[in-house]
Design a protein around this ligand. Structure first.
Ligand code: NI
Length: 133
């Protein structure tokens, strides 16, 4: 365990340079999102993933994926989008989606504080929120 997660820092990650890949390097497992900074009510979360997630939707908010390393496929019920490093996509509010990573993907999520990764469901894929790194 090399992770040093902590409660919300007083600075909320502001006013400093944040190296996203360095932060991801501190995370032990896949699908464990960690907050690195806040902008107003929005959070920047880093995560590394591998394999398929589950279908879900976020009833109250859009969700932004920015890929830093690897190739992310986001499935929709009527198609998919493929994102490579340096590419991003915004999933609209209420749209069902399923992130898939055939090999490890490192990415940055941008979404309002408090968004649950599994959307309207809580299950064994639901990751704790509000863990800073
Ligand atoms: Ni989502």
């Amino acid at each position: 365990m090399n992770e040093t997660s902590q409660a919300v820092p007083a600075t909320r990650g502001q006013g400093v340079a944040i190296n996203l890949l360095d932060k991801i390097g501190l995370i032990d497992g896949h699908w464990q999102q960690r907050v690195v900074a806040e902008m107003n009510d929005y959070q920047f979360k880093v995560v590394k993933i591998e394999g398929d997630f589950m279908w879900h939707a976020h009833a109250d908010t859009d969700e932004t994926f920015i890929v830093l390393e690897g190739e992310l496929r986001i499935d929709f019920r009527d198609g998919f989008v493929l994102l490579r490093a340096g590419e991003m996509a915004v999933v609209p509010k209420g749209v069902e989606h399923k992130p898939c990573a055939a090999a490890e993907v490192k990415m940055l999520l941008v979404e309002p504080r408090g968004v649950v990764n599994t959307g309207g469901q809580k299950n064994d894929r639901t990751a704790p929120n509000e863990i800073w790194i």
